[in-house]
Design a binder for this molecule. Sequence first.
Ligand code: FES
Length: 147
Amino acid sequence: MALYSEKVMDHFRNPRNVGQIDDADGVGEVGNAKCGDIMRMYLKVDENQVITDVKFNTFGCGSAIATSSMATELIKGKTIQEALELSNKAVVEALDGLPVHKLHCSVLAEQAVRAAVKDYYDRHGIAYDPEDFREMDEDELHEHVGH
Ligand code: FES
């Protein structure tokens, strides 16, 4: 079996929603200290808390690009709450899998979405449970991806 699925290669070669939104309602930037990759996510949100537009910039590996691209596709048109519930596992499944040593890249995509949602809440003075936004440590990461 090829190391990367067709979908991963497709999203890596033709990433969706690349760019930035100048008047974004929420912006999240996260990085992985180990590999040094950085991901920035921009959300445009309407009065019903629906994500009407989303863009990303990723300075990182191919899997980071593919997972952030897929993450934008999965949250576009969804509510902020639904975006918050997006797990890295869902992103990986939507891409038909990732090699185990690349699963952390999908965690970065989940965290970028969460960081953008948090920024949206902060800017709009919306109360939230800080538990929803705590950093995931290595153990949780393993739990998170089911290994
Ligand atoms: Fe760092 Fe992929 S190797 S995000």
